[in-house]
Design a protein around this ligand. Structure first.
Ligand SMILES: NC(=O)c1ccc[n+]([C@@H]2O[C@H](COP(=O)([O-])OP(=O)(O)OC[C@H]3O[C@@H](n4cnc5c(N)ncnc54)[C@H](OP(=O)(O)O)[C@@H]3O)[C@@H](O)[C@H]2O)c1
Length: 318
């Protein structure tokens, strides 16, 4: 596996890591998930991402890294609803226990929170001082939120911003990526396969395939497939290579079977040509500012709705 420096920290971290969201969704498949994680570690995919919000994922991670802790760059997150000063300290204690470790490599605030950012940052600094995490960072922060978080820190620097980044969501390339590169903040792109909705050649597309081929037009899928063919790589490997072409970016696909982990590991260690990058760029363009803004607004609205419905369920149950 190819490693690169994780922002300003100087620590070498694998470009491709392993996500864990919903790995606990099917308990009967837990042993398979542990096996996949361990296979990933054997292949050098030692950047492991989890969060207190991922339910039992932290326990699964704990099992997978047992006896191999020093090999792993271990990341977890405090949820926004726990991000008060005391709440953050307690959340970290809980995560350490579930992950069966004494320290984290990186501890993130999962989403912007209603607690004052200075309070959460103070707690994150206290965790570094106590040796419970080596580095701290944030997730799902835009540039102005990053600035505010950094300004609230007294002794530490933000090491990372974890944000969505896949071929259908390249909005971070507009402002966030250049800002992070300039401040040497590592960008960890999550959901590189669009949370399971990776581009495919659908039946509808096939229906009009003949027509488009006749016109010389190619499908987005075909662009990935053709580029991959030249390098003896799969479309997913092409996507991972494209997404990590900037030296400040890392990616954390989630795979719960060994075959997928193996395929993902082959996403780096080779290079796309400028011509191929341009072709992928044309097939999966960065959104306009308006599109980017609308997507962010929709995501925010969806999150608020989910929070409201969760709190209603909790009220009804109590
Ligand atoms: N900070 C945040 O707010 C945030 C939000 C979302 C995600 N994340 C992190 O990012 C990680 C990855 O994102 P994600 O879980 O949303 O989705 P993802 O990695 O984009 O996609 C996961 C899906 O792709 C499938 N897959 C993976 N490799 C494959 C392969 N080689 N061939 C075919 N299918 C493959 C997986 O199937 P199998 O499971 O069957 O292998 C799963 O269905 C998460 O697990 C989490 O750690 C962070």
């Amino acid at each position: 596996m190819v490693n690169r420096q994780f922002g300003w920290t100087g620590v070498e971290v694998p470009v491709i890591g392993q996500g864990t969201w919903e790995i606990e969704a099917r308990p009967e498949l837990e042993d398979g998930a542990v096996e996949a994680l361990r296979a990933g570690l054997d292949l050098g995919l030692a950047h492991i991402d989890t969060a207190e919000g991922y339910g039992r994922a932290q326990d699964v991670r704990g099992k997978a890294i047992a006896g191999r802790r020093r090999q792993v760059f271990l990341v977890t997150k405090v949820g926004p609803s726990n991000a008060s000063y005391e709440g953050t300290l307690r959340a970290c204690e809980r995560s350490l226990k579930r992950l069966r470790t004494e320290w984290l490599d990186l501890y993130l605030l999962h989403w912007p929170s209603h607690y004052p950012i200075a309070e959460t940052m103070r707690a994150l600094e206290a965790l570094v001082a106590a040796g419970q995490t080596r580095f701290i960072g944030v997730s799902n922060f835009n540039v102005s939120q990053l600035r505010a978080a950094q300004a609230a820190l007294r002794n530490e620097r933000l090491a990372c911003n974890q944000v969505p980044y896949h071929l259908g969501a390249r909005g971070i390339e507009r402002q966030l990526l250049p800002y992070c590169a300039a401040h040497r903040i590592a960008v960890v792109g999550y959901s590189p396969f669009a949370h399971g909705n990776f581009v495919s050649r659908s039946s509808t597309e096939r229906h009009i395939l003949d027509e488009l081929v006749r016109c010389g037009a190619l499908f987005r899928w075909d662009v990935l497939a053709q580029v991959g063919e030249r390098h003896h790589r799969t479309p997913r490997q092409v996507a991972l290579n494209f997404l990590t072409r900037s030296p400040s970016v890392f990616t954390i696909p989630k795979a719960s079977i060994v075959q997928h982990v193996r395929e993902n590991a082959g996403g780096v260690g080779w290079s796309l040509s400028d011509y191929e990058i341009a072709a992928i760029d044309r097939a999966f363009p960065t959104p306009t500012s308006l599109q980017h803004w609308m997507r962010r607004a929709t995501r925010r609205a969806m999150r608020s709705l989910t929070r409201i419905s969760h709190s209603k369920v909790n009220r009804n149950c109590s």
